[in-house]
Design a protein around this ligand. Structure first.
Ligand SMILES: [Fe+2]
Length: 175
């Protein structure tokens, strides 16, 4: 049994606030990609899907005169650090296993090199999967952050992914 489901994360007001800012459609797409990549690479799909879902929850709005300013963003962004911290706090509050919470938080911290002075991190398989999952859904000019999804459909997709994760865990147990 998992301590925390994606649906619990999805329905939390903190997640709604930050993921609607960075793009709920993107968050869900990355969670699915992370789940499938985790299966391929023999990584825990539950951890991968959660990290994928929450990976962008650290975004700040870099606005100047009402428009997103990419120069400000590039200079000042630390969204992986903020996201890692926000996700960790939320997961612990919801009762996540502390080892899983830390692993998810670190995968969020290392999901991109964009905020780091150099790009020489050696990633764990999980961290690499979350980075790939994010890149699979990226669109030019950051358009993936603006793609929208109807909230009923979003919730259905989250419930479906929870079921896929449970099925995967049951298969592991019986094999
Ligand atoms: Fe992303």
């Amino acid at each position: 049994m998992r301590e925390v489901t994606l649906l619990q994360l999805y329905e939390h007001p903190i997640t709604q606030k930050y993921l609607n800012r960075s793009g709920m459609a993107h968050a869900i797409a990355v969670a699915y990609h992370a789940f499938h990549l985790a299966k391929e690479h023999n990584v825990d799909p539950d951890i991968a899907a959660k990290a994928g879902f929450l990976h962008d929850m650290g975004h700040f709005t870099w606005y100047r005169n009402g428009n997103w300013d990419y120069d400000l963003y590039r200079q000042n962004d630390i969204h992986p650090i903020k996201g890692a911290e926000r996700a960790h706090k939320l997961l612990i509050r919801l009762g996540e296993n502390p080892i899983k919470a830390k692993t998810i938080s670190l995968a969020i911290l290392f999901h991109t090199d964009s905020f780091l002075p150099s790009n020489d991190i050696v990633r764990t398989p999980l961290q690499q999967i979350v980075k790939w999952a994010d890149e699979k859904d990226e669109e030019e000019g950051g358009k993936h952050h603006y793609r929208t999804i109807d909230s009923l459909r979003a919730k259905d997709m989250i419930i479906r992914l929870d079921q896929l994760i449970d099925k995967e865990a049951n298969n592991k147990l019986s094999s």
